[in-house]
Design a protein around this ligand. Structure first.
Ligand code: T46
Length: 144
C-alpha cells in the first residue's frame, strides 16, 4: 500500500491492483470509470528522456483530466492547486496520480529509462492549456 496522501486539492493517488499469479510478472489494470475516474479519450506516453534536468509540464488544464503513471524508472511530480504545493516521487508502475482540471503540474528529476504513461479525458487541444502561471492564478480565481 502506497501511504503517501496528497495535501493539494484537485488530485489524488490512484493505486492499481497487482495481479501476481503462478507465472512470472505482474499485471496491473486501468479501466475507464473504475480505477480511472473518467472515460478515456486519449493515451500518451513520454520516454527517451536523456536529461534528469529536463522540465516538462508547467501548465494546467481547463477541461482535460488525467491520470499519470511512471511505468518504468522514476520522476518527481510537483502539484500546485494555487494555494498548496506538493512534490511526489512516482516510482511504482501501479501507483498513479489523478490530476483534475485547474491543477498546475510539473514533471522533473527523470531517472534513466523513465517512461510516463498518461490517460486523458479529452482529445488534444492546445486551447485547453494554461501555460502561464499568473494566468493560472487568475483563471482559478475567476472560475471559483
Ligand atoms: C500534461 C503532461 C502530463 C500533441 O500533439 N498531442 C498530445 O496529445 C500531446 C500530449 C502533446 N502534443 C504536442 C504538443 C506539443 O507540441 O506535443 C508537444 C509537447 O507537448 P507538451 O509540451 O504539452 O508536453 P509536456 O510533457 O509538457 O505535457 C504533457 C501533456 O501535453 C500535458 O497535457 O498534462 O504531459
Amino acid at each position: 500500500m502506497y501511504m503517501k496522501s496528497l495535501q493539494v486539492n484537485q488530485c489524488k493517488i490512484i493505486e492499481l491492483c497487482k495481479i501476481i499469479d503462478g507465472r512470472d510478472g505482474v499485471l496491473s489494470v486501468a479501466e475507464a470509470q473504475r480505477q480511472i475516474p473518467f472515460d478515456i479519450k486519449r493515451v500518451y506516453y513520454i520516454y527517451d528522456l536523456k536529461y534528469a534536468s529536463a522540465l516538462r509540464g508547467q501548465h494546467a488544464h481547463k477541461q482535460n483530466k488525467q491520470v499519470i503513471f511512471c511505468i518504468n524508472g522514476s520522476f518527481t511530480l510537483t502539484l500546485d492547486d494555487g494555494s498548496h504545493q506538493q512534490e511526489i516521487v512516482l516510482n511504482q508502475p501501479n501507483i498513479g496520480v489523478f490530476m483534475d482540471v485547474k491543477l498546475w503540474h510539473t514533471m522533473k528529476d527523470f531517472s534513466e529509462k523513465c517512461i510516463l504513461l498518461v490517460f486523458a479525458s479529452e482529445l488534444y487541444d492546445e486551447n485547453d492549456y494554461i501555460r502561464d502561471y499568473n494566468e493560472f492564478k487568475k483563471y482559478i480565481n475567476d472560475t471559483f
